[in-house]
Design a protein around this ligand. Structure first.
Ligand code: 4AD
Ligand code: MG
Length: 461
């Protein structure tokens, strides 16, 4: 007989005489004449209650039905007498598929997140992580729905690349050379001509440059894939391997870019509220009490916008004492970004037109010559979740910028060609998928929205 998922059993519209459920035991409680088994198969937040009567021939094995064991139940779906559930299952037979003894680490509730990170192979079976990864899956799907319904094409950009898009020098090298004995040039440097790709290569930090190629052919495109940054920042918002969504639009300026970013954030929140209601309810009870009201507030209000120059002004007039001084031309620190979103605007805010000197070579230079058409979308509790810009489409200005950043035109010949042949104004952004998940779930550490986090010093699993 075919297995029914717990989710479907819980949503049944009629009782059933014969149903098969398979999953993992959360708890078992024994009474005199029967046992209650709480069965969860991950298909939904809620598990289903199973009643195993002591009169069953299988009941002799009930001791093996322990927390963490996998079991198969055949029985009847009946209306539940108990509170808080519509249906329960009365077992006709049960089989222990895989036993779990008393060393199973998820015996009790209330483990710390730090402990659960050490058992990343088992934590998806907990309430919290089951919920996180169901939301993650749903929002990945919603990303595609959002863009596909707006006629964007999905482009697979390369993972291995020779270019440092962000110019921050935070790349992981990809090489098959023998680290103990690499070939050398006559000058004594490592000879990457003899490496696998006959040049130095790295894991990509962003698919943007390649996405621009496709936007300049298919008009509206997006990428959604893993990106890698060897930045040694051990914070709750940085991972060495994270997923980024990068739309790129031809015939689009910064205004259109900001509008899409704001729509996108709202769409994902709405989608999670609609399709992951039980999971979000759990987060709002046990992770972040203000989560649901904050998400509603964000949906209802238009996002604020302010220029970098205005933002610096706001920060200077705030009367705050900052750990990092506020100076026009310096990067805004986390404390500044959070002040803007959490205390000044009290809602998501898009900051635009940043100083040219702070930003990568590809951003479009504004009329003032001092700023570029860049934008960062900041949200309360996290800070930056999106960074984007209008791209420099003027060949001469791009060349100047590249010289400024000490980039060789030889390496970017194809990127320059886009400006030689049918160049168009175009713009795009990158959303950190994990940062968005943190915002939607209220989970405070990026390590807890990644299935297997890669951070400095950690690559277990
Ligand atoms: O602001 P970033 O560096 O922008 C780019 O990479 C552009 N090429 C995007 C584009 O215009 N197509 O990164 C974009 C977003 C950030 O706003 C942040 O949400 C996320 O990626 N991000 C990280 N997320 C987790 N861990 C890290 N180390 C991250 N670095 C950036
Ligand atoms: Mg950024």
């Amino acid at each position: 007989m075919q297995r029914t998922l717990v989710k479907d059993a819980l949503n049944a519209t009629a009782p059933s005489d014969a149903i098969v459920l398979e999953g993992w035991v959360r708890t078992r409680r024994d009474a005199k004449a029967f046992s209650f088994i709480e069965l969860n198969d991950g298909s939904s937040f809620k598990g289903i209650q199973v009643i195993a009567n002591a009169s069953l021939p299988d009941y002799a094995h009930i001791d093996k039905v322990t927390t963490g064991a996998s079991i198969r139940i055949q029985g009847k779906l009946v209306a539940s007498q108990g509170q808080g559930q519509k249906w329960e299952v009365v077992a006709d037979s049960f089989t222990v598929v895989g036993e779990a003894d008393a060393t199973y680490p998820l015996q009790k509730k209330g483990h710390t997140l730090e402990f659960l990170r050490e058992i990343a192979h088992l934590r998806p079976r907990s309430n919290l992580f089951g919920a996180v990864f169901r939301v993650r899956s749903r929002l990945a799907y919603a990303v595609h729905q959002f863009f596909q319904s707006r006629s964007f094409f999905y482009v697979h950009t390369p993972i291995v690349t020779a270019s440092d898009c962000e110019g921050a020098g935070e790349m992981f090298r990809v090489s098959t050379l023998d680290p103990k004995n690499p070939p050398k040039t006559p000058e004594g440097a490592i000879d990457y001509k003899q490496d696998f790709f006959a040049r130095p290569t790295y894991l990509t930090v962003s698919g943007q440059l390649e996405a621009e190629v496709f936007a300049c052919a298919l008009s509206n495109v997006y990428t959604f894939g893993p990106t890698f940054r060897a930045e040694n920042s051990n914070t709750s918002r940085h991972a060495a391997e994270f997923w980024m969504i990068e739309p790129e639009m031809a015939f689009c300026d910064l205004q259109g870019d900001m509008a899409l970013a704001e729509d996108f954030v709202k769409y994902l929140i709405r989608d999670a509220k609609e399709h992951c209601a039980a999971d979000l309810e759990f987060f709002s009870k046990f992770v972040d009490k203000e989560l649901l009201s904050r998400l509603d507030f964000v949906l209802e209000r238009p996002f604020q916008r302010c220029s970098y120059t205005e933002a610096i002004d706001i920060l200077n007039k705030s009367g705050r004492k900052w750990d990092h001084p506020v100076i026009w031309g310096d990067n805004m620190q986390s404390e500044h970004e959070r002040y803007l979103a959490e205390e000044h605007f009290k809602c998501p805010v898009t900051v635009y037109n940043y100083p040219r000197t702070l930003k990568p070579f590809y951003m479009r230079v504004n009329e003032d010559g001092k700023t570029v058409a860049a934008m960062d979308l900041l949200v309360p509790g996290i800070g930056e979740i999106i960074g984007g810009s209008q791209r420099e489409e003027r060949l001469d200005v791009l060349r100047e910028n590249m010289a400024h950043h000490k980039l060789s035109e030889k390496d970017y010949w194809w990127y320059l060609d886009l400006r030689k042949y049918g160049s168009v104004p175009h713009a795009g952004f990158g959303m950190g998928f994990e940062r968005m998940l943190m915002f939607v779930t209220g989970v405070g550490n990026i390590r807890d929205v990644l299935p297997f986090a890669r951070t400095p010093g950690t690559a277990e699993f």
